[in-house]
Ligand binder design. Structure first.
Ligand SMILES: [Zn+2]
Length: 336
């Protein structure tokens, strides 16, 4: 395909679109996890794959879901596996097929840095041995994400767990990239999506479904772009345009705004990122992480959110929103 020679502006817009759909899908799949692959992993043989690196290194990647993944992937062709040392003695792994070996290599090249980046923000109390899979087709993507139907081709990546019980460490966690993700997102987009998804993986054990979306998605977005030196206007183009026209958000984005059917999902993700970027800027990363833990404990009504803000940040919610609006206005004006 001649995708590499397309116009830059078109490509940028397309990538953004792709990214947003990715995030929306992650929300859906994360909320749906709990059913799933209940394979007798213990009786299946250890994964054997075509390994560009060393076959013996693969044995170190001992995630119990690997035999089950191999069983799914085998029917879609030969398997390529790239083990990655992610630090602290942990081994992550990137799996795919020969037709997507460039995506496998790109992701395996990013995996250690992405794992470290997530741990630097969130802490090291998570597996730190991610399992990342690149699907070769929409059908394989659906199979790997436990989706009941075919996933739209625009969806780039998703995070799933085979089993999850609040308070316990989740099992069978993996990040799955769609077959066209690499071509559509480009290296920068893949890097950001990988970090976004790994943040969901790291935070899953303390994240209860139904918690405020602005906190869950905003935190993953903040982690994805943290330290990347990307301008405000590039991370949040819609928010920037609207803010420059005097149209500032009245509140942190409501859960309904994240619904892809509503047509506002892109704007919702930008606002969620801006909420967490603002909180980190004003209170520091540890305070943002603490706030995540408090907000992610389950569904919250307005009074509960206001109570957490008062306790954790020593601030009144309306004042916080007012300061956030001023902050957005100045960042959007500067564009940095
Ligand atoms: Zn997400």
């Amino acid at each position: 395909m001649s995708g590499l020679v397309r116009m830059r502006g078109w490509l940028a817009a397309r990538r953004r679109f792709q990214f947003v759909l990715t995030l929306v899908m992650v929300t859906t799949l994360t909320a749906a996890c709990g059913a799933l692959l209940m394979l007798p992993n213990s009786v299946l043989p250890k994964i054997r794959a075509v390994v560009p690196g060393s076959d013996s290194a693969l044995a170190s990647a001992s995630d119990p879901q690997l035999p089950g993944l191999r069983r799914i992937m085998d029917s879609y062709g030969k398997i390529v596996a790239e083990p990655v040392s992610t630090g602290a003695g942990r081994i992550g792994i990137v799996l795919g097929h020969p037709g997507r070996v460039s995506d496998v290599e790109l992701l395996s090249g990013e995996l250690a840095a992405a794992t470290l980046a997530v741990s630097a923000l969130w802490g090291t109390d998570w597996s730190q041995a991610p399992v990342v899979v690149v699907a070769s087709s929409p059908a394989e993507f659906a199979a790997l994400t436990n989706s009941t139907g075919l996933v739209p081709a625009e969806v780039a990546a998703a995070t799933v767990s085979d089993a999850f019980h609040p308070g316990a460490r989740p099992t069978g966690q993996r990040v799955v990239f769609g077959s066209e993700a690499g071509q559509r997102l480009g290296p920068d987009g893949m890097r950001a999506v990988l970090r976004h998804e790994l943040t969901h993986v790291a935070t899953r054990a303390v994240t209860v479904d139904g918690s405020p979306q602005w906190m869950l998605e905003g935190f993953a977005e903040y982690a994805a772009h943290r330290g990347m030196q990307r301008p405000f206007a590039e991370v949040a183009p819609t928010l920037t345009t609207r803010a420059r026209a005097g149209d500032l958000p009245a509140d942190f984005p409501a859960d309904a705004l994240f619904d892809p059917a509503g047509g506002q999902a892109a704007y919702a993700y930008e606002q969620a990122w801006a909420a967490c970027a603002f909180l980190a800027d004003q209170y520091g990363d540890p305070a943002l992480v603490n706030l995540y833990r408090l907000m992610a404990s389950g569904p919250k009504d307005r009074a509960a959110v206001e109570g957490i803000v008062r306790t954790a940040l020593n601030a009144e919610y309306p004042d916080l929103i007012a300061r956030w609006r001023v902050w957005i206005g100045s960042r959007a004006a500067e564009g940095i």
